[in-house]
Design a protein around this ligand. Structure first.
Ligand code: KG4
Ligand code: ZN
Length: 367
């Protein structure tokens, strides 16, 4: 750790942190310096193994993490041209996520912290998604990064397979949860609707692709109205899609969802995909615009797999009176870099470290 600064300004440390992420089906490790410089980013995914089931199978994910974790961490060091003596700490996702998956990352990080005598930082996965936006530099090939870091106050929209949240940050570690989903996350709704209409997992990219051929006004799907305007609910929308699909094939609500896809025409699939995507995205954009108008943040950042959605980017560009810089798609879905970036701020701002003998997983961790 190197200290920098001048006598007039407060001192800060340049830190290099390895981030470990295993909350769902990606086994990921990355090294980030100073919260903004990406030195390596290695991701192994078991997604192909889950595709045949239309969703993540927890036991398969956990087993895949066990096989991948050591090679992934070794590769992160090799790509960054670093050794253990070069890093100042280990950041690991300890929640929220699948229990069996989290256990592999947390047990590995605890063991490595003890063996290498490094501080351990326990990271909330959902906060991590937002910190992907703080990564602005890399010499790695194939990354398009924001030109500068977000400024506080910062409005964060987290839209992933497991989360839908709107959060207002006054500063690092000082934030307020404005609202969150009451039932399904938006990415989960994309995945479930894709399954109903017979599109491959993960549903987000396959619905986006199908929607290009469909009419977004073909079906009028509902938007949930909730007492907290910043909360989300997507289960009613998913049920409305199911009922529409059943009607289109001349069946009623008793007809099993897994038998619908084979009887739907391609044209109907495309129209459902386009109409569903339009309303799901409009819902999160409505709330983001409303929060922007109420709180007037200096920056707006988007995190999570659904941040890759071109339709989300298009609607935000059209309706939000502020420009958004997006992180690279490889840093929007689950990755170790976002965990390492947030870990750098834990280290620099002297947040409490975790005890490597007792740190436990927190599958239902909230913000
Ligand atoms: O952040 P992430 O990798 O995992 C979680 O933390 O949940 O997000 C995965 C989710 C999946 O539900 C996937 O369908 C969705 O992100 N997704 C998209 C797109 N790309 C990925 N949703 C809509 N449009 C996309 N282009
Ligand atoms: Zn995630």
């Amino acid at each position: 750790m190197i200290s920098f600064g001048s006598s007039l300004f407060c001192y800060y440390d340049i830190v290099k942190i390895i981030g470990i992420e295993t909350s769902c089906d990606e086994t990921a490790a990355a090294i980030v310096e100073d919260g903004n410089r990406l030195l390596s980013n290695v991701i192994a995914t078991s997604m192909d193994l889950h595709a045949q089931y239309g969703g993540v199978v927890p036991e398969i994910a956990a087993r895949s993490h066990i096989e991948a974790i050591t090679p992934v961490i070794n590769q992160a060091f090799a790509d960054a041209d670093c050794e253990w003596s070069d890093v100042d700490g280990i950041a690991v996702t300890y929640g929220a996520g699948l229990g069996g998956s989290l256990l592999v990352g947390v047990q590995t990080a605890k063991t490595l912290a003890l063996i290498n005598n490094k501080p351990l930082y326990a990271i909330n996965h959902v906060e991590g998604h937002i910190y992907a936006n703080f990564i602005t530099e890399t010499s790695l090939q194939g990354y398009t990064l924001p030109s500068r870091q977000p400024e506080f106050p910062m409005l964060g929209l987290i839209v992933s397979g497991g989360h839908s949240q709107l959060v207002l940050w006054q500063n690092h570690f000082n934030y307020r949860l404005l609202g969150q989903t009451r039932d399904d996350a938006i990415g989960e709704a994309f995945d479930k609707v894709a399954k109903i209409i017979g599109l491959p997992y993960p549903g987000g990219p396959s619905i986006s692709k199908a929607a290009l051929n469909g009419n977004p006004s073909a079906f009028e799907f509902p938007k949930a109205r909730l007492s907290n305007p910043y909360d989300f609910s997507f289960s009613g929308l998913k049920t409305a899609v199911l009922r529409t699909a059943q009607e289109l094939i001349g069946e009623d609500h008793r007809f099993e969802s897994f038998r619908i896809a084979e009887r739907l025409s391609d044209a109907h699939k495309y129209d459902i995909a386009a109409s569903f995507q339009n309303i799901a995205i409009e819902t999160v954009v409505d709330k983001t615009v409303q929060a922007y108008e109420e709180f007037r943040p200096k920056s707006v950042v988007i995190g999570g797999g659904v941040a890759s959605s071109q339709e989300l980017r298009r609607q935000l560009a059209e309706r939000l009176p502020a420009a958004i810089e997006y992180s690279d798609p490889k840093l929007c879905t689950d990755n170790g870099a976002m965990i390492a970036a947030l870990g750098c701020y834990h280290a620099q701002l002297e947040q409490p470290t975790a005890d490597p003998t007792t740190l436990d997983i927190a599958p239902s961790l909230s913000m």
